[in-house]
Write a protein that binds this ligand. Structure first.
Ligand code: 0O2
Length: 221
């Protein structure tokens, strides 16, 4: 490769990666707006934490090879849709769907794919709501549609997934059967906690609702 070609290649790749960073920036703004407004209306934050990551060039190449995707920027853009990733941790299960709806129904967001591992968990117990959304990024000379993977899950699901992820890597992908059984059992416990927390939250919301209508009643007397 000529030096000039190499420089061009490097510049194109940097611009390619930047578009994904901008996609994340655009979505982060949307998420923060929703969080602030929702908190104002409902007096609690449905979003506990938001994190983002860009896939490294190395893991993009590993994934492209695994998918038999040619190593050109155009092919990678079409075939690898999780270069940009955002993870939203919610307080309650119902909030995960609410957040997904609120983002997915925005007119400049196109939902390309939904994988509902909350309704249909993976065999190991993994739960999370995955969306691939596409967002337009306004560059200097064009509008670049950028796919972003959104993982939306509760605190309990996230707690479980981060531990499972560590164990998975520690055992290079083959977790011993007893440990796997315990992990699946832990996923069940996490789910029971989520269900209980949601029920308690609903009960408290009902009581609060009753109180506020009482207050209106008293005020109007
Ligand atoms: P990382 O490091 O988080 O980016 P593919 O993306 O092609 O490998 P698929 O089916 O298209 O697979 O994606 P899927 O099932 O939507 O899951 C993609 C991501 O979800 C993973 O990204 C993980 O972040 C997470 N995930 C999926 N299954 C599990 C699981 O069993 N345990 C945990 N802890 N996380 C999971 P990456 O690229 O694997 O890793």
């Amino acid at each position: 490769v000529e030096l000039a070609d190499f420089d061009q290649l490097r510049s194109d790749f940097t611009r390619f990666m930047m578009s994904y960073k901008f996609g994340i920036d655009e979505l982060m703004t949307k998420i923060n707006i929703l969080k602030e407004e929702f908190t104002h209306i409902h007096r609690y934050s449905p979003i506990e934490h938001v994190g983002s990551r860009l896939k490294t060039p190395e893991s993009i190449i590993v994934k492209a090879r695994r998918k038999n995707c040619p190593l050109t920027l155009d092919d990678i853009r079409t075939n690898i849709v999780d270069i940009a990733g955002i993870r939203i941790t919610c307080s309650f299960i119902s909030d995960t769907y609410r957040i997904a709806d609120m983002i997915g129904s925005q007119t400049d967001v196109r939902v390309l794919e939904v994988k509902d591992y909350i309704a249909a968990p993976k065999p190991n117990g993994y739960k999370s709501l995955h969306l691939i959304v596409e967002i337009p990024v306004f560059m200097s000379d064009r509008i670049q549609p950028v796919p972003v993977e959104l993982q939306i899950r509760t605190i309990a699901m996230d707690f479980w997934a981060s531990l499972e992820h560590k164990i998975f890597y520690k055992y290079h992908g083959t977790i011993p059967a007893p440990l796997l059984a315990e992990l699946t059992e832990a996923a069940d416990s996490a789910n029971r906690l989520d269900v209980t927390m949601e029920r308690l939250h609903d009960e408290v919301a009902e009581i609060k609702g009753g109180k506020s209508s009482d207050a209106i009643h008293l005020d109007s007397m």
